[in-house]
Write a protein of this length. Structure first.
Length: 326
């Protein structure tokens, strides 16, 4: 068991944590800094944070926005900021690349706690001469969609925060939402999982009083608040199994053997990225004959239709149970 830290050391570390929360280009309020510290596990009052900010503003090149309360704080334009070498350039690069993918899938309190780390990563890449190669790497890689890109639907940030916090704490949620027929509904649900599919976010939930799962688009949830009541997380629910069953591809409940002929010019990628482990490719006079065992979903049918005249002679047949392994 480690010895407790001396009060002076603990206070100094708190001052460093406060300085790490302060950005360079935008103001952050004392209330927001307090929220970040609490999310990091700090037991500190808002008044203590405000008092320390007054002291730090007198000793460090900080700008204070006093036009409204709570006051806002940021580093002055030419200030170096608090640039402690806590991250290597490679670590900062990894954080920058991961941030976009993680933002929608982490609880709000964890995102809040990570804000200083994101800022530190951006600062490391932006100012350190030895990070030049990592800075260039950000402009050498990208991710592009393989279908028609869509803009992300608007999600109320308060709804996202309540949903993620309830999911994290395993508390029931009181929701007001609009269903697929655009009808307003209210319900108490057990939040079980959060799924990102392309640009859309979905909540997998169990309505109170029922034993099956439903999928709710977060963009259709108008209001959400935690009830403070915990629920027994179902032992028979596994997100990986739920997704594998095809629920986000509109599962049709069977495995099938699909066979089609595709133009070689557009189908060559299927040789490199097969549909399944048992896929076979046979050159024919009309193109490449592809055969594979897959789960039948709406996504499969859309994918086949999307090739237009490049795909022909499509055959889909059910797979007998003894032949279902692929």
């Amino acid at each position: 068991m480690s010895a407790p830290r001396a009060p002076a050391l603990d206070n100094a570390l708190l001052l460093l944590d406060i300085l790490r929360c302060i950005p360079r280009k935008r103001y952050i309020s004392s209330t927001r800094i307090h929220q970040i510290l609490v999310a990091q596990g700090r037991e500190v009052s808002l008044r203590t944070v405000q008092r320390h900010l007054d002291t730090l503003s007198a000793s460090f090149p900080l700008e204070v926005d006093t036009r409204s309360r709570p006051y806002g704080y940021r580093w002055q334009a030419q200030a170096a900021g608090l640039n402690l070498p806590l991250l290597t350039p490679s670590e900062a690069l990894l954080l920058q690349l991961a941030r976009a993918d993680l933002a929608a899938l982490l609880p709000t309190r964890i995102l809040t706690a990570l804000e200083p780390l994101w800022s530190s990563a951006a600062l490391e890449l932006g100012t350190r001469p030895e990070a030049e190669a990592q800075r260039r790497w950000l402009h050498k890689v990208t991710r592009i969609p393989d279908n028609q890109p869509l803009l992300a639907p608007k999600i109320d940030p308060d709804v996202l925060e309540e949903v993620s916090e309830a999911l994290y704490a395993e508390e029931t949620l009181a929701l007001t939402y609009r269903n697929a027929r655009d009808e307003a509904r209210e319900a108490i649900v057990w939040p079980l999982a959060l799924v990102q599919q392309s640009v859309r976010l979905y909540l997998v939930a169990r309505f109170e009083g029922y034993d099956n799962q439903r999928i709710l688009a977060l963009s259709r949830i108008q209001k959400a608040h935690r009830t403070g009541e915990r629920f027994p997380y179902p032992s028979d629910f596994r997100l990986s199994d739920y997704v594998a069953q095809g629920h986000f591809g509109i599962h049709r409940g069977r495995r099938v053997r699909v066979r089609f002929v595709i133009d070689p010019a557009v189908g060559r990628h299927l040789v490199e990225s097969p549909l399944a482990e048992d896929q076979t490719v046979e050159p024919t006079t009309n193109g490449l004959a592809i055969t594979a065992t897959v789960v039948e979903t709406e996504l499969l049918h859309r994918w086949l239709r999307g090739w237009g005249e490049a795909v022909k002679d499509v055959e889909i047949t059910p797979v007998a149970s003894q032949d279902s392994a692929c």
